[in-house]
Design a protein around this ligand. Structure first.
Ligand code: FE2
Ligand code: FE2
Length: 190
């Protein structure tokens, strides 16, 4: 059995992936460019894959899916999806990037919790999911990096070119073995 903190983190990550996938369905739907739609679809698929991966880990320890989180994150995901059609092009990219920025550490934190209980058998999946979320963050940031709105939003919401919620750098990735050095000053963003 895993401790309740770790079980909860897994349940939350599982449901939050659904919120992200729903949000990206809305985001892609609100865009005109078929290239951009396809790019967001790839990210949506990554999130469904993450959900599968997290579920596999949960099943190993007989952790049940949380009905509360499933409901809560479905509502959040649908709300974001809907809002993509009404808030213009910039904000869906910005808030997706900010959200992804926080998701990176979620997986490295779960990895650390597993290590605390002496379990290292999920390192690879958790590491890969954390790195994938970083790729998503960078993708969204790149899409808005030249927008005139970015400096203002960065000031207001603490995320942008010079602010991130994690210390992962894709250009100089740490190895899986050293990845527990990531996210030491992790700040919860919700
Ligand atoms: Fe994800
Ligand atoms: Fe993601």
């Amino acid at each position: 059995m895993l401790n309740s903190k770790l079980s909860k983190l897994l349940q939350k990550a599982y449901s939050a992936e659904k919120a992200a996938a729903y949000a990206y369905i809305g985001h892609a739907g609100s865009l005109n460019s078929s290239t951009k739609k396809k790019e967001i679809k790839v990210i949506e698929n990554d999130e469904w894959n993450h959900r599968e991966e997290v579920l596999k880990i949960m099943n190993t320890y007989h952790i049940k899916v949380s009905k509360y989180y499933e409901f809560k994150y479905a509502v959040i995901g649908k709300f974001i999806a809907f809002s993509c059609y009404v808030i213009g092009w910039f904000m869906p990219y910005f808030f997706a990037g900010k959200l992804e920025s926080g998701n990176v550490c979620e997986y490295f934190i779960i990895l650390k919790y597993f290590h605390k209980t002496g379990i290292k058998s999920h390192d690879k999946e958790l590491y890969e999911m954390g790195v994938k979320e970083k790729e998503h963050e960078d993708y969204f940031l790149n899409e808005i990096k030249d927008s005139k709105l970015l400096p203002l939003f960065q000031k207001l919401f603490f995320w942008g070119k010079s602010n991130s919620y994690n210390d992962v750098n894709l250009n100089e990735l740490k190895s899986i073995e050293n990845s527990n050095e990531y996210c030491k000053d992790y700040r919860k963003i919700d």
